[in-house]
Design a protein around this ligand. Structure first.
Ligand code: SF4
Length: 150
């Protein structure tokens, strides 16, 4: 008899902190800087990653203090419904919120720590750190328009 996976039996609200945090695959996509056009309100995604993102691991380098250090950082635990369209379609939080199963490569299913990198969805493939880009040049790094989300 096999034990059911917690993400298949619990709602997002029912998960404890450890379970919740383990859903993040470390792709780093939500840590990419977004710009909003003042006239059109269009939201554009850049390949510039938050200064706190470790580009190698795809993890925040100061997760516990991130909301104080970066006021624009999103708290998915409280803001998921508002931010849902700005998460990639493969993000575990978005998938579960939409009633869909996790991707087969997700570390919780593959039991391989690097499976996000292997799946080719990590920002480490293409992102540059915010700390290496002049603020006035961030708009030169736009890679996608996110008017309707990812
Ligand atoms: S987009 Fe989702 S899976 Fe990727 S880093 Fe953000 S919360 Fe984690």
């Amino acid at each position: 008899m096999t034990q059911a996976n917690f993400w298949e039996t619990k709602s997002l609200q029912e998960m404890n902190d450890k379970e919740w945090e383990s859903l993040c695959d470390g792709c780093g996509r939500c840590c990419l800087v977004k710009l909003q056009d003042e006239d059109s309100n269009k939201v554009c995604l850049t390949n510039v990653a938050c200064k706190l993102l470790d580009l190698e691991t795809g993890r925040c380098s100061d997760y516990a203090n991130r909301l104080e250090a970066v006021p624009m950082c999103m708290n998915l635990r409280t803001d998921l419904p508002v931010m849902i369209n700005y998460l990639p379609e493969f993000c575990a939080y978005r998938l579960l919120y939409e009633g869909k199963p996790l991707e087969g490569w997700h570390p919780l299913l593959s039991s391989i720590a690097d499976s996000t990198q292997d799946a080719g969805v990590s920002v480490s493939e293409f992102a540059v750190s915010e700390s290496a880009v002049h603020p006035e040049q961030i708009q030169d790094h736009i890679i996608e328009t996110l008017t309707d989300g990812y």
